[in-house]
Design a protein around this ligand. Sequence first.
Ligand code: PEP
Ligand code: MN
Length: 367
Amino acid sequence: MEMNITHPIARNTERPLVITGPCSAETEEQVMKTAQMLVDHNVPVDLFRAGIWKPRTRPNNFEGIGFEGLQWLKQVKDTYGFKVTTEVANTQHVFEALKVGIDVLWLGARTTVNPFSVQEVADALKGVDIPVFIKNPINPDLGLWRGAIERIYNAGITRIGVVHRGFSKFGQTKYRNVPQWQIPIELKRDFPDLMMVVDASHICGKRDNLYDVSQKALDLSFDGVMLEAHCDPTNAWSDAKQQVTPFALKEQILDRLVLRKTGEDDPDFQHDIEDLRGQIDAIDRDILQMMGNRVNVAKKIGEYKKANNIAILQQSRWNEIIESTMEQAKPLDLSKEFVSKFLKAVHQESINHQERIMQSDTSSKKV
Ligand code: PEP
Ligand code: MN
């Protein structure tokens, strides 16, 4: 399906995109204080987040303050000029969020996983022009993630981005949700221009590693980060272990992040890399030519073996080749695994040619 998706929010290409704010809106004071602290610490906020309705795995946890919290987001928008975003999971959420002027909506991991819910949100969004971020489903299923993008797109939403927040697993691991980077990378191959943000908070589940996971995502050409920040993280009503203060967010994470260049618009980089790529191409051509030469010699040996009725595989000769090549590879910084795999593949190609020669019907040629 040909899709015409554009970025949900403008991106300053000099720095990573930053979506931050508390996991949940708890009180008016907590929301406003967090926003104020973000301003005080010069955090570049592209989008201020706060969950209003919280999908909790088990009951009796804080399930979100509900629609009255939307007013506090509106207050953040009016007071600080931040664009604001919240999670929506059903028709009611969409209507309430649109009514107060929330700028951007997001679909949570527990919504993306369920096509009924995604379709319900998509139906509620028909005819509405609002950007939407779509988190990955809680299980590592690329199809569900793609499916959610398609359902929202089919509702007429074209400003779509995705948030990678890791995948559920059973048992103890370093991460609360394992990143499985190959899945967002695969999604990016399908949708090369899709804005992609890493939610390091939900991947890590604790304050350690937030920087490492964020930097790793930038190294993989993600556009930015979603990081939960709270005025008083340890006393947060949800996700207390993973939230950071606006100060820590700035000093310990954002200020240390490095945006690697793609090199596309840098002429020096292009020149240097072109030169090196040219060298690689020339070497590859030589290797190929040498392989062709090698096969020609192997074919001659095959003819000789055939004429003299000698078996193709000479084990002692093969052992000799392996040993001497391994010895020659030592100073070349080539791993043993590679050299062994390479030799086997090269040898197999010779054997295949020689077998063909052995099996060819020479009597027919004589006729
Ligand atoms: C959240 O962003 O607070 C949240 C509930 O995230 P997720 O849907 O990724 O679990
Ligand atoms: Mn959270």
